[in-house]
Design a protein around this ligand. Structure first.
Ligand code: HEC
Length: 110
């Protein structure tokens, strides 16, 4: 039987310490829920049923954390005032923490 010290590769450990499983699960729920982020109204995401295809599927590679945050906080920062993506942060639809949880979920997608 294995016991004692397990060596965890440094990148894996770093990834685990940044995004917890609980944050990823919360982010998935927010992205899929019709009462919360409802990203799947417009975007396909792996594992989503009956997702819309108004915008591109959300799949890797994703933009860097700053650009992704800006996109969800207020897509007008990246795409100007004609975007139809709701300004989730600017309009208080999602909190900063919830946006980070959605990002943690998206970055966990393979
Ligand atoms: C009403 C439709 C709609 C909803 C709902 C929506 N989006 Fe979008 N999204 C878009 C459109 C359209 C684009 C194309 C770029 C643009 O116009 O902003 C986009 C682009 C994106 C991009 C690509 C940005 C880039 O620069 O590569 C990401 C990531 C994204 N959305 C994430 C999300 C997340 C996360 C949610 C849920 C919190 C969400 N979207 C909800 C319409 C939507």
């Amino acid at each position: 039987m294995l016991s004692g010290i397990f060596l965890i590769p440094r990148q894996v450990y770093a990834a685990m310490s940044v995004a917890s499983a609980a944050d990823i699960a919360a982010g998935r729920h927010l992205a899929f829920s019709r009462k919360a982020g409802n990203c799947i109204a417009c975007h396909q995401i792996k594992g989503a049923v009956m997702a819309g295809d108004i915008a591109q599927p959300l799949q890797p590679p994703f933009p860097d954390r700053n650009r992704l945050f800006a996109q969800i906080w207020d897509a007008r920062q990246n795409y100007g005032s004609n975007t139809i993506m709701p300004p989730y942060g600017a309009n208080h639809l999602l909190t900063r923490k919830q946006i980070h949880q959605i990002m943690d979920f998206l970055y966990s997608l393979k």
